[in-house]
Design a protein around this ligand. Structure first.
Ligand code: SF4
Ligand code: F3S
Ligand code: FES
Length: 240
């Protein structure tokens, strides 16, 4: 058996609250069987840099809190195996979001703002049909809603989107995906005109330049490309 690799984690460190400007620091760890970046970063924090900031909750690709730039590409640290990377790994915080420190960013603030702006909750029908509301949803439709509901709000699509680097008010693929999800849901009483009022402009579906990084980096494999193209066609018709 060959000796384990020694990995170098090159981490962009900063602490805006304490006036620490961004700088690179390198940490060396011995690779273990099945090691993820979560495990490697924990080892760094336990043995080399107790002040290192990064976010984790579930370690299973569910909570969405461990998004970061891994060799320049947005991804989840808890789902990234070190064996899939070279011996030098660069880690930086996701751009776009408010930086807390080191690899920790405030995705929650951005996601909450977008949710409030796009009103991503079920809006009751003006005259609710109680029988229809209590009827079970067709399995195919329930499956389609569930598919889009798998978003974990990790922010990878936001960090990878070129449009968001140019206009702060763009709702991003995550926002467009939410609208697609509520449009599908028969319990939501909003019309296409209502959805058009929320995303029918350059901060919404017409601001997307089809760069498709969102689709490529989404760790949940959501069909963002299809959904955005569909919404754009639909909104273009609605707006005429
Ligand atoms: Fe993350 Fe995908 Fe949701 Fe974007 S759409 S926030 S990449 S899970
Ligand atoms: Fe951005 Fe995705 Fe559109 S990367 S430009 S939201 S296709
Ligand atoms: Fe929850 Fe990575 S720690 S998704």
């Amino acid at each position: 058996m060959s000796d384990p690799r020694i990995l170098t984690l090159r981490v962009l460190r900063s602490s805006p609250g304490e006036g620490v400007t961004p700088h690179w620091e390198e940490f060396r760890v011995e690779e273990a069987e099945g090691m993820t970046l979560f495990i490697a970063l924990n080892e760094v924090r336990e043995t080399l840099a107790p002040s290192l900031q990064f976010d984790f909750v579930c370690r299973a690709g569910i909570c969405g809190s461990c998004g970061m730039l891994i060799n320049g590409r947005p991804g989840l640290a808890c789902r990234t195996l070190t064996r899939d990377l070279g011996p030098l790994i660069t880690l930086a915080p996701l751009p776009v979001f408010e930086l807390i420190g080191d690899l920790s960013v405030n995705t929650g603030k951005w996601m909450r703002g977008t949710a409030e702006r796009l009103q991503t909750w079920i809006h009751a029908h003006a005259e609710p049909d109680l029988t229809a509301l209590e009827a079970p949803m067709e399995p195919a439709l329930a499956e389609a809603v569930y598919e889009l509901d798998r978003c974990i709000e990790c922010g990878c699509c936001v960090a990878g989107c070129g449009t968001l680097r140019m206009r702060e008010d763009f709702v991003g693929a995550v926002g467009l995906n939410k609208i697609a999800r509520f449009r599908l849901d028969p319990r939501d009483g909003r019309t296409d005109e209502d959805f058009y009022a929320l995303i029918g402009d350059d901060a919404g579906v017409f601001g997307c330049m089809s760069l498709m990084a969102c689709h490529d980096v989404c760790p949940k494999g959501l069909p963002l490309q299809t959904q955005i193209a569909f919404l754009r066609r639909k909104m273009a018709r609605t707006g005429l």
